[in-house]
Design a protein around this ligand. Sequence first.
Ligand SMILES: Nc1nc2c(ncn2[C@@H]2O[C@H](COP(=O)(O)OP(=O)(O)OP(=O)(O)O)[C@@H](O)[C@H]2O)c(=O)[nH]1
Ligand SMILES: [Mg+2]
Length: 317
Amino acid sequence: MALEDIVRRALAREVRAVSRLISIIEDRLEGFERAYAEIYPHTGRAHIIGITGPPGSGKSTLVDKLAMEYRKRGLTVGVVAVDPTSPFSGGALLGDRLRMQRHVLDDGVFIRSMGTRGRLGGLSRATSGAVDVLDAAGYDVVLIETVGVGQSEVEIASLADTVVLIQVPGLGDDIQVIKAGIMEIGDLFVVNKKDRPGVERVMAEIRTALELSEMSCVEGSWVPPILLTMAETGEGVAEVVDACGEHLKHLGEEGLAERRLRRARAETMEIASQRIWQGLSERPGASEEAQRLAEAVAARKADPYSAAAALYRLLVQ
Ligand SMILES: Nc1nc2c(ncn2[C@@H]2O[C@H](COP(=O)(O)OP(=O)(O)OP(=O)(O)O)[C@@H](O)[C@H]2O)c(=O)[nH]1
Ligand SMILES: [Mg+2]
């Protein structure tokens, strides 16, 4: 199929074309930039929701139930599951596939899993591309699942309009909640596995951490709700959907525009710096010069700033 046809069909939400277009962008195949330019004007309509939490906390189960709840409400859902095979619940990819089966006959749900290995241009670029394709294809809601292991929460936060942080009882200590810099990105907290002992304690820990960070909050700012779920049975899932909707409403046009400007800036800068690096590496002799400069820095004959400036001059001269 010609690229033009793939783009046209993806924009009409034809599942196979959507899938193909994500691959083209993910693998940076011939013409991917042209395709991106064509779909991009159609993006910006979906509510993009990031779902993150510790390995095995029930993210995939919750995402599945959220998709079902959105379908019940007449909305279409795209899902991007990033690295679903965590060492914790190894083989989750198979589980994810089985869960997908349930949606197979429903073209209102599209699920895409992405591995983390061998990504050109980084995982966040690939995820971002998939999200944009789903958004352009007209899915009303796009759910992104990532395992919360530090950097990934921050990346998901930069992509999503609403960030849902999942916690579960029984993971031992409270570091999972209080990890510095993570609390701040949560717009919604979900304590899953409410059938397990220790739920009250997790909720109290989140509440305390939130109160600490709220001390600097201005009046009228969003107070992240803490919701209880049992993803396995679907209990509490409708309330999560409601809360995501309320968060979007609270953001309003202005808040949403501000978040999206942040994303646009970060992405544009990231692509630009990749371009610059690529341009540099294509200059004859540049990698030898980079090596020579690195050796000079290591030997304290040059400082890293002057070395970088010298490399940069290679590019612009
Ligand atoms: N007891 C209980 N188990 C649950 C609940 N929700 C999910 N689980 C189980 O927890 C396990 C992990 O669920 P997943 O949805 O795969 O978790 P995940 O966070 O996506 O896992 P990774 O993607 O591997 O990080 C599965 O065996 C689920 O059936 C719940 O509410 N209560
Ligand atoms: Mg999962």
